[in-house]
Design a protein around this ligand. Structure first.
Ligand code: F6P
Length: 320
């Protein structure tokens, strides 16, 4: 292995820069030349490829976003686009590629691996929806953004004895809602993985206010539906429920990564390079019970992440 490249793809996440930094510096440490590819697979097809040095990744470990930028690329979904991508990498003499992104990005890496390019996937998404890893890069920061917002909402909700419906991201995965809900002491956590009964939620809110509770927080994962609709459904059940809606949106994808995300990204980035050097390809890197792991991308993209029922039940027990 003489030359590798790194790209970020799909929705960005905090800590992607720390991962790029780790890939670049680990490769150079091992005597391998590194290229950055700008704007994901689209940049590959446009040959937006440039050499990176130790200095190209200075002063980025603390920054959100991705210096390599990201894009969604329709052409790369087709076999002709994938073949073109592999040919371009070969023209540059690049025989290894680290892809930082979510499921869609992993699919692309898998295709390139089948076309003879050695590839490694790193889980970069706030959603925590990738199987065979306990955490994805960006998830911890996104959760802390949500918790910080809820702390602020609590102040004003208590003053006015209101309820707050907070809609959070996560696509089809309820992990952001679950972990932010547990950490912020939310009364109700609605996730797509678990059934819920809005009559029960509304009754409980009414009873809690009658018992003297001064506010209540309902977190709604976007996979469940719109926060606005949930708030309306609660008001329809009990007119006394004064629920205000906050949609946190892309704020959850920004800001400086937490130390946990930076360290996860640093460990995974270095691991990906070392595994490429050892000859591995078509693999996704992850962290399970604190240990770095490698899993076939095929298996990762074809498995649904198991929902953390234990944490969900804990949040339920503590939200009385
Ligand atoms: O996958 C990350 C994510 O932020 C999801 O949580 C959300 O559903 C989606 O991306 C939003 O996509 P976009 O940035 O294209 O609006």
């Amino acid at each position: 292995l003489k030359k590798i490249a790194v790209l970020t793809s799909g929705g960005d996440s905090q800590g992607m820069n720390a991962a790029v930094r780790a890939v670049v510096r680990s490769a150079i440490y091992h005597g391998i030349d590194v290229f950055g590819i700008q704007r994901g697979y689209q940049g590959l097809l446009n040959q937006d490829i440039f050499p990176m040095t130790i200095r190209s990744v200075g002063d980025i470990i603390q920054r959100g976003g991705t210096i390599l930028q990201s894009a969604r690329c329709l052409e790369f979904l087709k076999p002709a686009g994938q073949q073109k991508g592999a040919d371009i990498l070969r023209e540059y003499g690049i025989d290894g590629l680290v892809v930082i992104g979510g499921d869609g990005s992993y699919n692309g890496a898998n295709k390139l691996s089948k076309l003879g390019i050695k590839t490694m996937g790193l889980p970069g998404t706030i959603d925590n929806d990738i199987s065979f890893t306990d955490y994805t890069i960006g998830f911890d920061t996104a959760v802390s953004v949500v918790v910080d917002a809820i702390n602020k909402l609590r102040d004003t909700m208590s003053s006015h004895e209101r309820s707050s419906v907070v809609e959070v991201m996560g696509r089809h995965c309820g992990d952001i809602a679950l972990h932010a809900g547990l950490a912020s002491g939310a009364e109700t956590i609605l996730v797509p993985e678990m059934p819920f009964d809005l009559d029960e939620v509304a009754d409980r809110m009414k009873d809690n206010f009658a018992r003297g509770k001064r506010h209540s927080i309902i977190i709604v994962a976007e996979g469940v539906g719109k926060g606005e609709d949930i708030a309306q459904a609660l008001k329809d059940r009990h007119a006394s429920i004064d629920a205000r809606v906050t949609v946190l949106g892309h704020i959850q994808r920004g800001g400086s990564p937490t130390p946990a995300d930076r360290n996860l990204a640093s460990r995974l980035g270095d691991f990906a390079v070392r595994k490429l050097i050892e000859g591995e390809s078509g693999k996704a890197c992850g962290i399970i019970n604190g240990e770095l792991t490698l899993t076939d991308i095929d298996l990762v993209v074809n498995s649904k992440k198991e929902f953390d029922l234990e944490t969900y039940n804990l949040a339920l027990r503590l939200s009385q």
